[in-house]
Write a protein that binds this ligand. Structure first.
Ligand code: FES
Length: 211
């Protein structure tokens, strides 16, 4: 059987660059893949004078392709302006790796989305969002589609774990159908806060549990 990975992929998988966490990052994001339930976190430090990525690191909870793509996109992104880094595509990442098997395209998409979301997180936290759309229930629901329930690997909206969303006067309330002492309750709450709090017009996020 022919091994499906190129030498570049294998090299990045064995010796991934920029692995780890940045303490007090300027922007960060965790993205989950609906295709496989894997996750990637990306952390960035930004030089505000030049608007460039001064440092970037990633943690992967995914497969070899995910690790290799995380490694290559952090290399591609370092030193780039935020706009340039946002425009790195999964195709470019995959080409820089000498190609990925088709069935593994979603792994590179995940890493690239992680980088874009970390940049978006930076922009939201620093009031740099150009298009200021008001936060609605639908906006919240879209964001929660990125929160993966670890037991099923599916997002919390699709699995109906999110029972209710209310948005009023800058307060967002999310009702989660789990007991508050459930093993993943804490983790899900943190992820919901992380996704919703940076929205420009949100003042408070309240996560409630059904029991
Ligand atoms: Fe899940 Fe690759 S199979 S990220």
């Amino acid at each position: 059987m022919k091994f499906p990975y190129t030498d570049i992929v294998l090299e990045h998988f064995r010796h991934p660059r920029n692995v780890g966490k940045i303490e007090n990052p300027d922007g960060k994001a965790t993205e989950g893949s609906p295709a496989c339930g894997d996750m990637v976190s990306v952390y960035i430090k930004v030089d505000p004078k030049t608007n460039t990525i001064a440092d970037v690191k990633f943690e992967s909870y995914g497969c070899a392709s995910n690790i290799a793509t995380g490694s290559i996109i952090t290399e591609l992104a370092k030193g780039k302006t935020l706009d340039e880094a946002k425009n790195i595509t999964w195709k470019e990442a995959s080409e820089a790796l000498g190609g990925l098997p088709k069935i593994k395209a979603h792994c590179s998409v995940l890493a690239v989305e992680g980088l874009r979301s970390a940049i978006q997180n930076y922009e939201e936290r620093h009031g740099l969002v150009k298009e200021k759309k008001p936060t609605t229930v639908e906006v919240v629901r879209q964001r929660l589609r990125k929160v993966i329930y670890p037991l099923t690997g599916l997002n919390v909206v699709r699995t109906n774990l999110v029972q209710d969303i209310k948005v009023k006067d800058g307060t967002v309330r999310v009702l989660v159908d789990l007991p508050r002492d459930h093993q993943f309750a804490h983790n899900i709450k943190d992820e919901i806060l992380e996704k919703i709090e940076p929205l420009w017009d949100v003042k408070e996020v309240v996560v409630e549990f059904t029991e």
